[in-house]
Design a protein around this ligand. Structure first.
Ligand SMILES: NC(=O)c1ccc[n+]([C@@H]2O[C@H](COP(=O)([O-])OP(=O)(O)OC[C@H]3O[C@@H](n4cnc5c(N)ncnc54)[C@H](OP(=O)(O)O)[C@@H]3O)[C@@H](O)[C@H]2O)c1
Length: 270
């Protein structure tokens, strides 16, 4: 593991799930954490966990869909710890509705604003600081960033957009010492379904999709894969074997991959 002691890591979506678990492990390795999300109370709880693990942490309540808030997040990180070594764009929301069910088209805008534009805003503001420290940008995408999935069209679109942005940025950053790592988890056992947006643009709360199903990857395994990717400054990590095979299959039999995606979602409806 590349030394994390004294490094400053900004994690968006740090109030729960993958972001929270990643922050706590990094704190245990001596990193300074800048914890961003909307729920300040939850962030304070994560801060306490980070400090108990041996790291320093500051909380910056942030809605990543707001460009100014992302600017403020970066400023606060620099003010607190003097610079930024790693930015983890992890904040995200999902959806659970077919396109023909959606009544509020603002749903699609919201998904793009949080998942895609939130990553763009944070990255653009952090870039000068990352260049100064030859740092790392991490983008937490999804397997749905690689292929379409029913009931999640807007989510898949936002994750595909992340790939376009970060793959382009990686090329622009050649020679600067800044690397770009895109990670694509499959199903991970977090509470993401609790905030999934439904046909009316509001959280469905009781999504038909069971993210906590037994065969989901556990959060710690997902975090271990992300840490390894960060350590090795990998270009992209597709987290499951099935998805890695599907990537190649898609080149020769895309219809088959569509059917696999449909069945995977169907099997997960309760
Ligand atoms: N779980 C999975 O199966 C899975 C699979 C593939 C990819 N992913 C990706 O992994 C990332 C983390 O998801 P998770 O599973 O850990 O979900 P989660 O437990 O629901 O956590 C999502 C995090 O994003 C934050 N967030 C949501 N909207 C935000 C906003 N507007 N501004 C700032 N923060 C916001 C939430 O905090 P607040 O509500 O406090 O703002 C929370 O901290 C997401 O990008 C997701 O797309 C997850």
């Amino acid at each position: 593991m590349r030394a994390m002691r004294g490094k400053t890591v900004v994690v968006t979506g740090a109030s729960a799930g993958i972001g929270e678990a990643l922050a706590v492990v990094l704190a245990g390795r001596g990193a300074n954490l800048v914890l961003a999300a909307r729920n300040e109370e939850a962030l304070q709880r994560v801060k306490a966990r980070c400090e108990a693990a041996g790291g320093r942490a500051v909380v910056v309540p942030t809605d990543v869909g707001d460009a100014e808030a992302c600017h403020h997040l970066v400023d606060r990180a620099v003010e607190a710890f003097g610079g930024i070594d790693v930015l983890v764009n992890n904040a995200g929301v999902t959806m659970d509705a077919r396109v023909d069910e959606v009544k509020d088209l603002g749903l699609f805008e919201r998904l793009m604003r949080i998942n895609y534009l939130g990553s763009v805003y944070c990255t653009a503001h952090a870039l000068p600081h990352l260049k100064a420290r030859r740092g790392l940008v991490v983008a937490v995408s999804s397997l749905t960033g690689k292929t379409g999935v029913p009931n999640r069209s807007g989510y898949a679109a936002s994750k595909h957009a992340m790939h376009g942005f970060f793959d382009s940025l990686r090329i622009e950053l050649r020679g600067t010492g800044v690397d770009v790592t895109v990670v694509c988890p499959g199903f991970v056992a977090t509470g993401i379904r609790d905030s999934a947006l439904g046909a009316d643009g509001q959280p469905v709360r009781q999504s038909k999709h069971n993210e906590r199903a037994g065969d989901n990857m556990d959060v710690d395994t997902c975090v271990a894969i992300i840490l390894k990717a960060m350590d090795q400054r990998e270009r992209e990590v597709v987290m499951t074997t099935k998805a890695r095979v599907a990537q190649f299959l898609k080149l020769v039999a895309p219809g088959l991959v569509d059917r696999i995606a449909a069945k995977t979602i169907q099997d997960r409806q309760r």
